[in-house]
Design a protein around this ligand. Structure first.
Ligand SMILES: [Zn+2]
Length: 197
């Protein structure tokens, strides 16, 4: 499977889950490490209908020399995350639960003692996971700096308040499983919250 085929197939799955509404969200895979190059979904297309051609190769800052295709404006943050974390795939969706969670816990969302944490690469017991939250910004360097300031190797996710969530992993398959589990965990956290933080 080419990177374009893999990204289109993953986008179709996320779109079906309602996580890529109105052309939002973007996915990437690392295609070269030194220098860093990522295949990222193009801007503005319906993510449920992407083809293998709807991807563009960008550098670590999200820039391309492709004369025709426009990468997602958020490609620069994908590059930063891949560079800092060493991930092979980065997924960004506008799922609702992460954004609602960031409203309640803008300093970071604490998760613990939940079986689904195993799907996020952590322990089901006595393991406090804090998913970082950063303010939204249209400048990917500002977002990238905020991400890097709060980066922890054992938390492969970043919530951008009032915007969406980034999750990463070795490949698209593992990143998807982490995102699916994290979305469940955040829904649980929101639905079981009390008035205090
Ligand atoms: Zn976004």
């Amino acid at each position: 499977m080419t990177p374009g085929e893999a990204l289109a197939a993953e986008c179709a799955r996320y779109a079906a889950m309602g996580w890529m509404r109105g052309t939002s969200g973007n996915l990437s895979v690392v295609v070269a490490r030194d220098p860093l190059r990522l295949a990222v979904t193009v801007s503005g297309r319906d993510k449920g209908e992407l083809t293998a051609d709807d991807v563009v190769v960008v550098d670590a800052e999200g820039r391309t020399d492709d004369p025709l295709k426009v990468p997602s404006a958020e490609a620069g943050l994908h590059g930063r995350i891949a560079a800092v974390s060493g991930a092979g795939a980065v997924v960004h969706v506008h799922a609702l639960a992460p954004v609602v969670a960031a409203e309640y816990w803008p300093e970071g969302v604490e998760l613990r003692d939940l079986e689904m944490l195993k799907g996020f690469g952590r322990s089901a017991h006595d393991d406090l996971v804090v998913v970082p939250v950063v303010p939204n910004d249209q400048d990917m360097r500002v977002l990238g700096d905020a991400f890097e300031a709060g980066y922890r190797e054992d938390v492969p996710a970043l919530i951008v308040a009032r915007h969406g969530v980034y999750v990463w992993g070795e490949d698209l398959y593992r990143a998807r499983h982490r995102l699916e589990c994290l979305e469940w965990l955040l829904r649980f956290k929101i639905e079981t919250r009390r008035d205090q933080r």
